[in-house]
Design a protein around this ligand. Structure first.
Ligand code: SF4
Length: 73
């Protein structure tokens, strides 16, 4: 059973596999508008509405937990 969570706000959205998320925090560090934060040792994208589609978070996740993103559709 997968543990995929989707956050969305208007034109911006992201899907993250929380089983793959190891809580590395790289996306939190790289996101210029603080979309991400920690929640229970996993990443949370509660501020997805602030996303600028810069695509930086895709490259930094060490475990490819960020599955889909509005920036890449
Ligand atoms: S695409 Fe850029 S602005 Fe959007 S969540 Fe990823 S790092 Fe943040």
């Amino acid at each position: 059973m997968t543990n995929i969570k989707k956050w969305e706000d208007n034109d911006h959205w992201v899907e993250i596999d929380l089983d793959l998320c190891i809580g590395a925090g790289d996306c939190i560090e790289v996101c210029p508008v603080d979309v991400y934060d920690f929640l229970n040792n996993k990443v949370d994208a509660e501020n997805i509405g602030e996303c600028t589609d810069c695509m930086a978070c895709q490259d930094v996740c060490p475990n490819d937990a960020i599955l889909k993103h509005s920036a890449w559709s």
